[in-house]
Each structure stands twice: as structure tokens, then as C-alpha cells.
Design a protein around this ligand. Structure first.
Ligand code: NAD
Length: 422
């Protein structure tokens, strides 16, 4: 049996010889996929000998799929991800004109991959625009299925927009639309279930990894029922389901009101000393400022979709940008997870041996961690640390490093394999 399964307790069961579907990706996809599989193979061999291995199973999506099958996202590909549960993908060209709006969105929706996980850390040697990038070590849990990104919108001037306007003004008594006739409208659903399943996973992740805090990032000061709801429902999850393992800012505030600041401070200090995870919240705009000023205050971040979009890109830029930021879309309840390069197909450098494979490779590292194969994951991150410290990297990073040596994608993958083999 080579399939990943999930047991009655919701734990992932991973066979030692596991089969993993992969989408090669368009543009630079083939180059980063080849490099990633080679480095992962070296790490698995070093960590486990022949005991554990990945058998890669190619499935089609994007341009390659369209050319071979006439479909951008063939049903067999969806079926493979459903069956195999865990997979990895390179970047895909977004089809222009009609058809599927975005292949990534289609995959996320069909498998209900409600967490977009983006870990952000700095590697020594990588040039960063911030003064103390070593203080950046955050894990973003971005909600993937709700919020304005759920895509409920009506364009100005259409009968749908007029109908919605009529409903708002005549039935809901809304009077504050500034330019009603020329407005487009968007609706933002945020549910208790949707918020809580995300925050629950973020708290579990922090507990499993011994991380100090989960911060709920929101705009609840303005959008009280959607963003504010997210915050309150998030606190509710912590206080009901993780009561003995977390301490929330809401509990701190209640204690402060009842017994004074000293008692509240004392309770928080005690919670920290007992290894409890601190659950706090911050308004999104303040958060973005704080990530630059006091990044060490934040560890796991739980946030809605749109905030998460901005936050992911800003944090990625703080540690070296697009070529090095990994990601995954996960449904922790069913076990389904797709690990992915976060950048696009980079057509301007495709086929030239220039692309940095680290985004996909670090997504591979996340995948190994998800499977519980941490030894192999560590070997890869350590090899990257070593290579970057020596200024050896692909050109996008090496050109900014002191004494940097630019390697082609293949040479860089060779370098990592060599370091891993020791
Ligand atoms: P892009 O990420 O492909 O490229 C932006 C810039 O970053 C380019 O200069 C590119 O050369 C550089 N770059 C990207 N990844 C790099 C890497 N690993 N190493 C070195 N340099 C790298 O964004 P784009 O040009 O806006 O999009 C191109 C195509 O990719 C579009 O069709 C878009 O829809 C698609 N796209 C796909 C995904 C995805 O599948 N996840 C994400 C974003 C864009």
C-alpha cells in the first residue's frame, strides 16, 4: 500500500514507500521540479537509506495538460489528488479568456483546502531589506475559502448590481452608499465554522511545534461582524477547546478589569512559564507596521483571506522574496494537502537555467514535515543554510550576496545534494 491515509483519530498514516502525485508546472516548472525531486531524493537516501522513499507520479495540469488532453485541469488530476491526499505542484499559467478562472483556485475549492500555510524565515546570507531579518520567523495561516475572495461580486452597471442595490436600499434600509448608481458590489462571507477551523489548526500547529503564540490578525475595528467575528470566534476556540494549553489576551483583559493589572500580568507570566500558547490579536494595519518594527513578537499568524494575501507577500519580501517563499494549501481534517511554489511561471527566465528552485524545494520540505519525515526535511534546510552562508546560490540571490557566486539551477541542486551526502 503506497497511499497516504487518515485514521479514525484524524492522524495521517504514511507508508514508507509513498507515492506522491506532482504537477510539473509551466514555464520554469520543469526546471524547479527536477531540482526539487533530485535534492529531496538525496535527503531521503541520506536520512533513511532505502527504508523510506517517494515514488513520484506525474499528473497533468496547466499548459502541458491542455496540449496533451485539451483540458487545463483533467479530471484524472483531481482524482489523483483526492486519492493520494498529498501532492506538490509547480506554477501554472493562468488560462486567458474563458474556462477556469484560476487552476489554483479550482484545486483549492474542489478539495476544500481551507488553510493556506506560508512559513516565513530568513536564511543567513540572503540579502533582506530589513535590518534584523533573523528576527523574522512566522507561520501564516491564511483562510482560503471565505472573505471577499469567495468571489461574490457584481459589476457596476449590470442588472445584478441594480438588483442588489435595490435590495440593499429598499429591504435592508441601507442609506450610506455614496455613489449608488455607479457602484460595483462585493459581499464578504465570514462564518464561525470557517474561522474556527482555521484558528483551531493554527493553535494545534503552534502546540505541536512548541511555538509561543498565535496572533489573530483582523480589521475588526471597522468590520465588526466579519473581521471582528473572526477574532471573537478565534478566542472562543482557544478558550473552550484548548483551555488548559493556551492563555488569551481576552482572558488577560477580563482579569485586569476584575483584579487589576498586576494579577493579569502575573497570570500571563505563569501561563508562559507553563509553556502555554499565548493567543492575542492585532489590527491588520498595525500588524503590518509591527512586522517591520518588532517581528520577534509574532510567531503563528491566523488571518482571513485578503489580509493574508498582503501579509504573505510583505513577509516573503522581508526575507528575500519571491524565489524562496514556500507554501501549501491544506485541509487538516481530511488530510488533503498540496504543496506549491508560490511564484508564477516566470516566462522571462524559463529554460535558461536561472530559476531559483527554493520556493518549490522548501515546499517539499514542508511536505516532508507534514508526512512526519523530519530528518530528511532538516537535511535540506541545513544544506541551504550552508550554501547561502558561502554565498553560493542562483543568480537572483547571489548577485546581492557579498562575494556571491551565481550557480545555475542544476549546479545549485548539485551543490545541495553534495552537502547533504556529506
Ligand atoms: P512570476 O512570479 O512568474 O514572475 C515575477 C518576476 O519574478 C519575474 O521577473 C520572474 O522572473 C521572477 N521570478 C519568479 N519566480 C522566480 C524564481 N523562482 N527564481 C527567480 N526569479 C523568479 O509572476 P508573473 O510574471 O506575474 O506571472 C507569470 C505567470 O504565472 C502568469 O500566467 C500568472 O498567472 C502565473 N502565476 C501562477 C502562479 C501559481 O501557479 N501559483 C502564481 C502567480 C502567477
Amino acid at each position: 500500500m503506497s497511499l497516504v491515509t487518515i485514521d479514525a483519530q484524524g492522524r495521517l498514516q504514511v507508508p514508507d514507500q509513498v507515492e506522491i502525485p506532482f504537477i510539473e508546472g509551466d514555464g520554469v516548472g520543469p526546471e524547479i521540479t527536477a531540482a526539487t525531486q533530485r535534492v529531496m531524493g538525496a535527503a531521503l537516501q541520506k536520512a533513511y537509506g532505502d527504508r523510506r522513499a517517494i515514488r513520484w507520479k506525474e499528473v497533468l495540469a496547466g499548459e502541458k495538460a491542455f496540449k496533451q488532453t485539451g483540458s487545463w485541469l483533467p479530471e484524472e488530476t483531481m482524482e489523483a489528488f483526492r486519492t493520494y491526499k498529498v501532492g506538490i505542484k509547480g506554477p501554472l499559467t493562468t488560462p486567458v479568456g474563458g474556462g477556469i478562472r484560476s487552476l489554483n483556485v479550482a484545486l483549492r475549492q474542489q478539495l476544500d483546502l481551507f488553510v493556506c500555510l506560508r512559513p516565513v524565515r530568513w536564511f543567513q546570507g540572503v540579502v533582506s531589506p530589513v535590518k534584523e531579518p533573523q528576527k523574522v520567523d512566522m507561520h501564516i495561516f491564511r483562510e482560503n475559502t471565505e472573505d471577499i475572495y469567495a468571489g461574490i461580486e457584481w459589476q457596476a452597471g449590470t442588472p445584478e448590481a441594480a438588483k442588489f442595490l435595490k435590495f440593499l436600499t429598499e429591504e435592508m434600509g441601507v442609506t450610506k452608499i455614496r455613489f449608488p448608481e455607479s457602484s460595483s458590489f462585493g459581499v464578504k462571507p465570514v462564518s464561525r465554522e470557517g474561522s474556527q477551523r482555521l484558528v483551531r489548526c493554527a493553535i494545534r500547529y503552534a502546540l505541536e511545534r512548541g511555538l509561543p503564540s498565535v496572533t489573530l490578525v483582523h480589521k475588526g475595528n471597522i468590520m465588526k461582524f466579519t473581521e471582528g467575528g473572526f477574532k471573537n470566534w478565534g478566542y472562543d476556540v482557544a478558550e473552550t477547546e484548548f483551555a488548559d494549553r493556551t492563555f488569551t489576551t481576552r482572558q488577560y483583559d477580563a482579569l485586569k478589569k476584575e483584579k487589576g493589572v498586576e494579577a493579569a500580568d502575573q497570570a500571563r507570566a505563569q501561563a508562559i512559564s507553563e509553556g502555554k500558547v499565548i493567543i492575542k490579536d492585532v489590527i491588520a494595519d498595525a500588524f503590518l507596521q509591527n512586522t517591520l518594527l518588532i517581528p520577534e513578537e509574532y510567531s503563528v499568524i491566523a488571518t482571513l483571506n485578503l489580509n493574508g494575501d498582503y501579509i504573505s507577500d510583505q513577509l516573503a519580501a522581508m526575507v528575500g522574496g519571491i524565489g524562496i517563499a514556500p507554501g501549501a494549501n491544506i485541509n487538516y481534517n481530511t488530510g488533503h494537502a498540496i504543496f506549491e511554489a508560490t511564484h508564477g511561471t516566470a516566462p522571462n527566465i524559463a529554460g535558461q537555467g536561472k530559476v531559483n528552485p527554493c520556493s518549490l524545494l522548501l515546499s517539499g520540505v514542508m511536505m516532508l514535515e507534514y508526512l512526519g519525515w523530519n530528518e530528511a526535511a532538516v537535511l535540506i534546510t541545513e544544506a541551504m543554510e550552508t550554501s547561502f552562508r558561502q554565498g553560493r546560490a542562483t543568480v537572483d540571490l547571489a548577485r546581492f550576496m557579498e562575494g556571491g557566486v551565481s550557480l545555475t539551477t542544476d549546479q545549485f541542486a548539485d551543490e545541495l545534494c553534495r552537502i547533504i551526502r556529506g
